[in-house]
Design a protein around this ligand. Structure first.
Ligand SMILES: NC(=O)c1ccc[n+]([C@@H]2O[C@H](COP(=O)([O-])OP(=O)(O)OC[C@H]3O[C@@H](n4cnc5c(N)ncnc54)[C@H](OP(=O)(O)O)[C@@H]3O)[C@@H](O)[C@H]2O)c1
Length: 252
């Protein structure tokens, strides 16, 4: 195996790392040698993820709502206490509480989606990015979406947040590059998870997505691991501000 993909000695923090895409990335990082902290709101999800990941010497699970400042502070302190610091941040936790025409949406949905999908990645990136720069560098990986590239049907507010998350990624890459911090984004297509259930359970939507992807199918969570390891390891040392679509080839 090419040594650049090794994550030995790296300490990663993955928000929403107890299920779906975040848990798959946690498994990939762990297999690549990293120490991994996974965080999500529900203790039972954290316990299940920690048990599934195994390797207790390299894994920490923390129950934390990353939208709450005191939870974020506790999460960061726990990861630093356990592993001595964080040099890989994956802003993965996301939400899409309103599915429908934006004309019918209410401000609570706007506020909630912007907070978790955009404000939380911003505050975590500033808090941990500054520490990474003080320690000689690190990597920030934002899980955006192909929904950020177009005004996706029934996902208007979500599209706005993911589009802005791509720009946040580029701004972080530009402004933290001098400190050795790289920032990149992965844009998944439709991946079968709890979050996307409304999409893949709807026959018309599923058929439309399958038709639009060159692969002719939707994706599996494990298919995000390769890009995440590349961007977060030395293999990606000259890659920053990059936006990688992992969408089965949605070229239309
Ligand atoms: N699935 C797709 O098709 C797709 C496509 C494009 C982009 N994405 C993006 O990929 C990311 C992961 O999505 P997914 O599909 O893997 O979702 P998922 O299977 O629903 O998993 C979401 C994870 O985030 C945690 N979480 C939710 N709210 C949280 C909060 N406030 N604080 C901390 N943790 C929280 C959940 O655990 P708890 O319930 O315990 O908090 C869970 O571990 C999201 O940013 C999503 O927008 C997904």
């Amino acid at each position: 195996m090419y040594e650049g993909f090794s994550m030995a000695g790296k300490n990663a923090l993955i928000t929403g790392g107890t299920r779906g895409i975040g848990l798959a990335i946690a498994k990939g990082f762990l297999q690549s040698g990293a120490n991994v902290t996974v965080a999500s709101r529900k203790q039972e999800n954290v316990d299940a993820a920690v048990s599934e990941l195994g390797n207790p010497d390299q894994v920490l699970g923390v129950a934390a709502h990353v939208g709450k400042e005191e939870h974020r502070d506790r999460l960061i302190a726990a990861a630093e206490d356990r592993f001595g610091g964080i040099d890989v941040l994956v802003n993965n936790a996301g939400t899409n509480p309103f599915y429908g025409n934006i004309a019918d949406s209410e401000k609570w949905a706007w506020d909630k989606t912007l907070d978790l999908n955009l404000t939380v990645p911003y505050v975590l990136s500033i808090a941990l990015g500054n520490k990474m720069m003080a320690n000689g560098g690190g990597s920030i990986l934002n899980i955006a979406s192909v929904a950020g590239l177009r005004a996706s049907t029934n996902q208007g507010i979500y599209s706005v947040t993911k589009c802005a998350l791509v720009m946040l990624t580029k701004v972080l890459a530009r402004d933290m590059g001098h400190g050795g911090v790289r920032a990149n984004a992965i844009l998944p297509g439709l991946i079968k998870t709890e979050l996307s259930r409304a999409l893949w359970e709807d026959e018309d939507t599923l058929a439309r997505v399958v038709k639009s992807a060159a692969a002719g199918r939707i994706g599996h969570i494990d298919e995000l691991i390769g890009a995440a390891v590349f961007l977060s390891s030395e293999a990606g040392s000259y890659t920053s501000g990059a936006v990688i679509q992992v969408d089965g080839g949605m070229v239309i």
